[in-house]
Design a protein around this ligand. Structure first.
Ligand SMILES: Nc1nc2c(c(=O)[nH]1)N[C@H]1C(S)=C(S)[C@@H](COP(=O)(O)OP(=O)(O)OC[C@H]3O[C@@H](n4cnc5c(N)ncnc54)[C@H](O)[C@@H]3O)O[C@H]1N2
Ligand code: MOO
Length: 445
């Protein structure tokens, strides 16, 4: 059982770079607009139309010539003649002249000649006439068009409206709908094979085995399947392989044969007698890109590629079995890999600046990732507090975490009050921290 002599362990940033090296987006597929939420656009979409398609009213009221109504007051109203009506979806053909007004609905085209819309609240209709009682909508800058939204203000005709590499959210989908898209070219979702390894692992629900001291429920696959889905991939559960080289090899081969785009293993990657994952990868002709990274948790993580007949090599990540190490190494290496394969122009989670509210020690010469909660403080700072003890088997402390606080290599301790950076876990991680009663009443830098 020989391995290539491990080169010196990589730093975290070097390992991320190595994982992403040569990784290109998967091929595109066409999907209905309604199925494209969360997908990444594979090609630029050019709008065939301008939006709004015409100069239109921002308010219900009357279209006028601004010069006519300047100076209008309740005690000195301006009287105009109503010459027509433009409902939403309709039009008033003709040119508005001085002294005239057209009743107009929000969104309806502003007639030629008109350069302002006075809100209905500021006018009184009187037969064919209208009294303008206030010019407050028109006063601020004579010459500008008031309450008129110009054609093309939102989307210019024949220009890229959503760029390739954009992850489509609800508003992005609505933009595409509004320029006429019904089907889209999006990057295919990566299919991610999950192989757990360990003689001690028992199936979901087998709590009797746990109670009897016979086994550990294979929970990593549950976490990984959810993480894969959250990252936009499709998980394929390839089950648990026992700690035997031949059994592991078979399971990895089955994962490759299942047409997967990525292979994630958990466990069996450290230096124990039963840690055979690297051997199995080597036996299948795989290439080890690195093994072990200067980080905690997750130090024993490995990465490489596995060959597959008549297909491109499949990237493999060997995540450590300790449940927290599995999640942390997924976040740092697997997530950006899946996002890159998905075509995402921004494959990384957001990092935020936080203030530590308790001292932490990190004596080992490694980059430490500490599970923390985040809370918004009166001062506007984001307070980071440890979720509890940080052992890599303490899954409940990961379940409570909003973020991973980063203690860089070479920093052995941080005092309470120290500034630091943290990687947000999950799209909603900042919700609790960022939104409080003051959110809608105060402005802070
Ligand atoms: N002598 C040394 N021992 C260890 C080292 C080391 O450097 N020298 N590194 C430690 C670190 S750090 C980690 S992390 C672990 C990683 O080891 P493995 O990836 O080989 O993980 P296993 O030994 O297979 O399992 C570790 C632990 O996690 C539990 N586990 C495994 N798979 C699952 C699963 N799918 N679901 C839930 N729990 C799982 C397993 O039962 C073990 O308790 O190695 C250290 N040792
Ligand atoms: O990296 Mo291990 O994950 O510290 O337990």
């Amino acid at each position: 059982m020989s391995h290539p002599a491990p080169r010196s362990r990589l730093a975290v940033a070097e390992a991320i770079t190595a994982v992403l090296e040569d990784v290109a987006p998967l091929p595109a597929e066409r999907v209905p607009l309604a199925d494209a939420h969360g997908r990444v656009l594979a090609e630029d979409v050019v709008s065939p139309v301008a939006l709004p398609p015409w100069d239109n009213a921002a308010m219900d009221g009357i279209a006028v010539l601004a010069a006519d109504v300047l100076g209008a007051r309740a005690d000195a109203p301006v009287v105009l003649r109503v010459v027509g009506t433009v409902p939403a979806g309709g039009a008033w053909r003709g040119t508005l002249n001085s002294g005239e007004a057209v009743r107009i609905a929000t969104g309806a085209p502003v007639p030629a000649g008109a350069d302002a819309v006075v809100r209905v609240e500021d006018v009184t209709y009187d037969g064919d006439a209208v009294l303008v009682r206030d010019d407050r909508d028109v006063r601020p800058a004579p010459g500008a068009r008031h309450n008129v939204r110009p054609r093309g203000e939102d989307v210019a005709e024949h220009r890229v409206v959503v760029a390739a590499g954009t992850r489509l959210g609800p508003s992005g989908l609505a933009v595409l709908a509004s320029v006429g898209c019904t089907r889209l070219s999006v990057v295919r979702r990566p299919r991610v094979a999950l192989v757990a390894s360990g003689d001690e692992l028992v199936p979901l629900g087998d709590v009797d085995a746990v109670r009897a001291g016979r086994g550990i429920i294979a929970s990593n696959t549950v976490a990984l399947a959810a993480l894969v889905r959250e990252a936009g991939g499709e998980p394929l559960d390839m089950g648990v392989a026992p700690d035997r080289p031949d059994a592991l090899r078979e399971r990895l081969q089955a994962a490759l044969d299942a047409d997967s785009d990525v292979l994630l293993t958990t466990g069996g990657i450290s230096v124990g007698d039963r840690d055979h994952v690297r051997d199995a990868v080597a036996a299948l002709g795989g290439r080890l890109r690195f093994w072990r990274v200067r980080m905690r948790p997750g130090g024993p993580v490995g990465a490489g590629t596995l060959p597959r007949a008549s297909h491109a090599d499949v990237p493999w990540l060997g995540l450590p079995g300790n449940p927290v190490s599995t999640v942390v190494t997924f976040e740092l290496f697997a997530r950006p890999l899946l996002r890159r394969l998905s075509g995402d122009a921004r494959p990384f989670r957001r990092a935020v600046r936080v203030t530590l509210r308790e001292p932490v020690d990190a004596p080992a010469p490694l980059t430490h990732f500490l599970r923390v909660t985040l809370d918004a403080e009166e001062s506007g700072e984001l307070a980071a507090r440890l979720t509890g003890p940080q052992g890599s088997g303490l899954l409940t402390s990961a379940a409570r975490a909003d973020a991973l606080l980063v203690v860089p290599e070479g920093v052995t301790a941080l005092a309470a009050g120290a500034p630091a950076r943290a990687l947000l876990l999950g799209e909603g991680a900042l919700d609790a921290a960022a939104l409080d009663a003051a959110t809608f009443t105060e402005v802070r830098a």
